[in-house]
Design a binder for this molecule. Sequence first.
Ligand SMILES: [Mn+2]
Length: 229
Amino acid sequence: MVDRLLAIGDIHGCLTALELLLEKVQPTSRDQVIVLGDIVSRGLDTRGCIELLMELQTRVPLLCLMGNHEEFMLDARDDDIACGSWLYFGGEETLLSYDPEYAEARIENVLETHWEFIESFPDYYETEHEIFVHGMVDPDLPLTEQDTNEFRWRKFEDVRPHISGKQVICGHTSQKSGLPLNLQHSICIDTNACRGGWLTCLDVTGEVAHQTSEAGEYRMLDMNTIVED
Ligand SMILES: [Mn+2]
């Protein structure tokens, strides 16, 4: 048994919000932290976010899941066309963070240890009562039988409970309200951190959400007050 199950939504290079979030939540070796993917792209400091998470993993049980932006980045590594399209979707900011001058976006600058870290991300994580995933799941199929692209790409739309009966906790579909979308059987915690919204850490066990912004703000939400049908 862990003290707290903690899920962190789409970080997208927002190092200020991530640092403040970890300072507020103070994860320990008795917690389990799951980062729901899309750590990279768009925000100013992907490199810093990856470094911080790699360091945190040395002292806290931490698992990062594969998002569609990690998929973009891995595809860009060996393919100029894929790299060109990723640059347009936020990859440019990612690669600039690997240049000390923040001037040149060169994929060769990404550290080998960072590639290995990103390659290790699985598509989902399951506990006895929860499924953690970046995108979404097909509600009618067991996880082992579905198209794995769903895990990284499927949007949080027309959501129904998963056949397993487990609660699904995901990111990917940005909530412009800045609030997690809490359907109880499924919760989306991409709260638009990189576009003036919030970075969310859902404490599944405590039924609260901690949120921070790139502007240095912090707030806590009672998940039971934001339930939607
Ligand atoms: Mn995504």
